[in-house]
Write a protein of this length. Structure first.
Length: 433
């Protein structure tokens, strides 16, 4: 890096471009030194006494040589301006590549949220924005890269005040209780599908190991880090979770012809939280409708054991999102919190069909999950650390899920997509009466 004045952002960013592939290989990067002629171009030396030409000795300047030097410098400056223009165009393309969404109050806390074009798939937008969304699967990474990805999440959480180690220790100390819950909840007849037997979130056994279960609480608390500048993680949690609750409550009232503040509407009686993990989302969804009978369903008996230990007031079931085995029309509300980005596209569509079957006429479905287009806006290392631990966040799978089209084709109406916060979107829809 030879730019001495600090104005060249492209050169300043080059070390990461060199280092990231090396992180995946598990080796140190090799950075080549620029040639002398390139140094002179960046230093803008028009009045130099030497003309450096690769492979030749420096020559004294004459009037002809000086004219040649000036011409070369002017050409170099034009090339720099051209590169600067290309960079500007790339930045504009990145801004234009952001899809237009209605913003909630939580999302508006992010000052850089801007309108973006509709009608384009994510991979096309990523290409225009110059962002590579394809990363190596977790199992192909070196142990160094794996540790880097996991370590990034843990360090970020602890730096922001989340007591990761203490939380993990508290669950380890109650392992006997967790084992008892596991024996009670685990349906041994379930055959885990191949899509689930993946190393999710940096764990070799994915969601089917105790280490992952012990870290659930701290990992969930850390999800919103980076969403907002200033608020504590506790306030950030309430901001984005509260925004989702407000949107879902508004949809319930709207589906019954009432305004958002109308308290005369009969609240839902039953709620199913599919992909409930450690029960955190089940509690949040239950806050939306005080007094609702809430049930959490998940495919990980380890996670369900934590859920039952932490939230004994709710009912938890071991099962698959796409085939719950529960009675048709038995729920007024079905929610999906941060589960669809962990499923193949075909399974997500099957889960929507199952939700439609489970809902009573006039019931609503709600999805809170990552807006994949927001990945285009993340810093490269943060985006890489996220994607490398999510095997189904890729083209043809979650990135290709069109919520509105999928829900309407299944039979939902009044589909509404809202930007919930700087990273996630909420999708709500109603089952026709």
């Amino acid at each position: 890096h030879t730019c001495k004045n600090g104005r060249c952002r492209k050169l300043q960013m080059m070390p990461f471009a060199e280092i990231a592939p090396a992180m995946i290989r598990g080796s140190a990067p090799t950075v080549a030194s620029p040639s002398r002629s390139k140094q002179q171009v960046w230093q803008g030396s028009v009045a130099t006494t030497e003309l450096a030409i690769p492979g030749r000795s420096p020559t004294p300047t004459s009037s002809t040589a000086l004219a040649g030097t000036a011409a070369a410098s002017i050409a170099a400056a034009a090339a720099v301006r051209s590169r600067g223009g290309a960079a500007t165009r790339a930045r504009r393309a990145k801004v234009a590549a952001r899809a237009e969404l209605k913003e909630t109050k939580a999302a508006l806390k992010e000052p850089e949220a801007v309108p973006r074009r509709e009608g384009m798939d994510l991979m096309t937008l990523a290409k225009e924005a110059g962002v590579n969304l394809e990363v190596k699967p977790w199992e192909f990474l070196s142990s160094i890269a794996q540790d880097a990805a996991r370590g990034w999440f843990v360090k970020r959480a602890e730096d922001r005040g989340i007591p990761w180690s203490e939380s993990v220790q508290s669950y380890e100390d109650r392992q006997a209780e967790l084992d008892g819950n596991y024996a009670e909840l685990c349906d041994t007849s379930i055959e885990y599908p191949d899509y689930y037997l993946q190393p999710f979130h940096g764990y070799e056994s994915g969601n089917l190991e105790w280490r992952a279960a012990h870290e659930l609480e701290a990992a969930t608390q850390s999800m919103c880090l980076g969403y907002y500048s200033g608020p504590s993680w506790q306030d950030s949690q309430e901001m984005y979770r509260g925004a989702a609750r407000a949107t879902i409550a508004e949809m319930w009232n709207s589906s019954r012809g009432a305004g958002p503040e109308d308290t005369s509407v009969q609240p839902p009686r039953t709620l199913l939280d599919i992909g409930c993990s450690g029960g955190f989302s089940t509690e949040e969804m239950a806050k939306t409708f005080p007094g609702v009978s809430a049930t959490g369903l998940d495919l990980s008996p380890h996670y369900l054991s934590v859920a039952k230990l932490t939230y004994p007031q709710f009912h938890f079931l071991h099962g698959m999102a796409e085939n719950t085995g529960l009675p048709s029309g038995s729920f007024d509300v079905v929610t999906f919190n941060f589960i669809l980005h962990e499923l193949p596209l075909a399974v997500s569509l099957a889960a929507f069909r199952e939700a439609h079957r489970l809902l009573a006429p006039g019931g609503i479905v709600a999805v809170l999950d990552i807006d994949p287009r927001r990945l285009l806006e993340l810093p490269p290392l943060r985006r890489w650390a996220f994607q490398v631990t999510e095997p189904w966040c890729k083209d043809g799978e979650y990135y290709s899920l069109n919520f509105k089209k999928a829900l309407e084709e299944i039979g939902f109406d009044s589909v509404k997509t809202t930007s919930n916060d700087p990273v996630n979107a909420v999708v709500v829809a109603r089952k026709s009466k």
